[in-house]
Design a protein around this ligand. Structure first.
Ligand code: ADP
Ligand code: MG
Length: 496
């Protein structure tokens, strides 16, 4: 786990340095009061406790207030939500939107959790305004949404699928007065494969007098494609990334640890046990792994919460808010479940299973050190996966090696194996998790780095608690594309 020359413990090595100068650069010094905003909006911002704008806010809010179309790119955690919400709310206010005028602004977000998050920020910002707001998302009651739409929702937050549904079939949905369309996490929307829905949605919406705002963490060609179909001619492209050297926040201290398969769980266990007073998110590649490790850790008295695509929406929402409001605790999650969420004050992001690529890495660590706050991240890597560091280096992600002295790792392996033999429920969950881990691994995008043939299955099995790993039926050729939607769990292969 650790090379011999290094004996420092991760928690001492990661003592945080706050770079005051860079900090100031990251966080602009221009107060919101310099903008020409309504009294009601100014009060809303004050209530939220913000005085000065972040860089992306400083650069995008003025042109957006002037009615320009903007494509704004800035890394996760830089304050994009208010960058589009403030101009949106001002627009509705200036045009004196009433419920009967219907929807004036639509904000599209790739995931339900993110939609909820935007909705709650909008609610705070609009506290002193009289305009109405609402949310449409998969998993919620369509009937209740229809009723709200019929009453008139001025600012609407929605996920693409459900929005299209209502555009198609809800008669009382008044959207012909639409003045602005916002697309948040445009990169992610395209990545998840919402391209067709987006094209259809844009066809429905009035476009002559409509302003568009696209926001994204990364500039990809797909985002440019989306910009082409949604923005009017001559939009402004604002990218605050260029000035900064790193693609992740500077107050984030990032490290990796080289850990053999059979020690992975022991290290995680030791880490979580030592940091019970901290707020931690642990990322896994599949739903099944989240389910199993959550059941296991809770069983052995390390309380954890779980967030993944196979949970009902109501459960996902309540877990998300529970974790958000908790002063400390551990959340196990898959990628999609956590995408774009703003969970305040997370101390550690642990990538237990590797991300699919450097972009996924950046999004995961984007859950901490947001808007100038400090945070830590730790990436677990096998020796065979070290090639991944090159991709991170190319993406300008600064990473240190962390080491954990072997004598500090709790050796609970034999208890774990015994537990699995005695508890069928856990055994079964472990088996499914093990199989889904291998399936996800065999379909990784970076095949050379995450090469399933390099895995020692006996050792991999140990991390799940098996002394002898269960059989797997996997196409190790990995022709199928890794399933990115929702849970990362690849559906079981059809028998031939
Ligand atoms: P992004 O969408 O770019 O990932 P968010 O809009 O979610 O970022 O904002 C990240 C965090 O920064 C949130 O906790 C938010 O409350 C905070 N934040 C936003 N604007 C400001 C500001 N002007 N000053 C201080 N903190 C801010
Ligand atoms: Mg955001």
């Amino acid at each position: 786990m650790a090379s011999d020359s290094k004996t420092e413990d991760a928690s001492t090595r990661t003592s945080l340095t706050v770079h005051a100068k860079e900090h100031a650069e990251e966080h602009g010094r221009v107060p919101f009061s310099t903008l020409d905003l309504s009294e009601k909006t100014i009060k809303g911002i004050e209530d939220m406790g913000f005085e000065t704008m972040t860089r992306i806010q400083e650069r995008t809010i003025p042109p957006l207030l002037a009615g320009k179309d903007v494509l704004g790119a800035a890394k996760t955690g830089s304050g994009k939500t208010l960058a589009f919400l403030i101009p949106s709310v001002e627009l509705l206010y200036k045009m004196k939107f009433l419920p009967r005028n219907g929807t004036g602004v639509i904000i599209i977000s790739p995931t339900r959790e993110l939609a909820l998050q935007i909705f709650s920020v909008a609610k705070e910002l609009m506290k002193h305004h009289s305009q109405t707001l609402g949310i449409l998302m998969g998993g919620a009651s369509r009937h209740a949404e229809t009723q709200k739409l019929e009453k008139g929702v001025n600012l609407l937050v929605a996920t693409p699928g459900r929005l299209l549904d209502h555009l198609n079939s809800t008669k009382g949905f008044v959207y012909h007065n639409l003045k602005a369309l916002v697309i948040d996490e445009a990169d992610r929307i395209m990545e998840i494969g919402f391209e067709r829905q987006m094209t259809q949605i844009i066809k429905f919406l009035p476009n002559e007098s409509r302003q568009s705002m696209l926001f994204s963490a990364t500039q990809t060609t797909q985002v440019t494609d989306l910009a082409r179909i949604s923005l009017r001619p001559n939009p402004m492209f604002i990218d605050v990334e260029q000035k900064s050297d790193a693609s992740t926040n500077i107050t984030l201290s990032q490290g990796y640890v080289v850990c053999p398969s059979d020690r992975r769980f022991l290290l995680l266990f030791t880490f979580l046990k030592k940091n019970m007073k901290k707020k931690i998110i642990v990322f896994f590649s599949t739903c099944r792994s989240v389910q199993y490790y959550a059941a296991l850790l809770n069983y052995i008295d390390i309380p954890v919460l779980e967030l993944h695509g196979s949970l009902k929406q109501a459960k996902r929402t309540s877990t998300f808010f529970e974790f958000t409001n908790a002063s400390h605790g551990t959340l196990l999650s898959t990628d999609v479940a956590a995408r774009g969420l703003d969970i305040p004050a997370v101390d550690w992001i642990i990538q237990f299973d590797p991300p699919d690529d450097h972009k996924a890495y950046i999004h995961r660590v984007g859950r901490t050190a947001r808007a100038g706050k400090s945070g830590n991240s730790l990436l677990f890597l096998l020796e065979s996966e070290l090639g991944f560091l090159r991709f991170l280096r190319d993406a300008r992600v600064p990473l240190n090696e962390f080491t954990f002295p072997p004598e500090r790792i709790a050796n609970v392996q034999s208890q774990l194996e015994k537990l699995l033999k005695e508890n069928f429920h856990l055994y079964d969950a472990a088996k499914k998790a093990y199989q889904s881990y291998l399936r996800a691994y065999s379909t990784a995008t970076l095949k050379k780095v995450f090469d399933v043939h390099q895995l020692d299955l006996t050792k991999v099995g140990r991390a799940f608690g098996f002394s002898v790993p269960p059989a797997v039926d996997i196409d190790f050729g990995g022709k199928r594309k890794r399933e990115k939607d929702d849970d990362g769990a690849v559906p079981a292969r059809k028998k031939k």
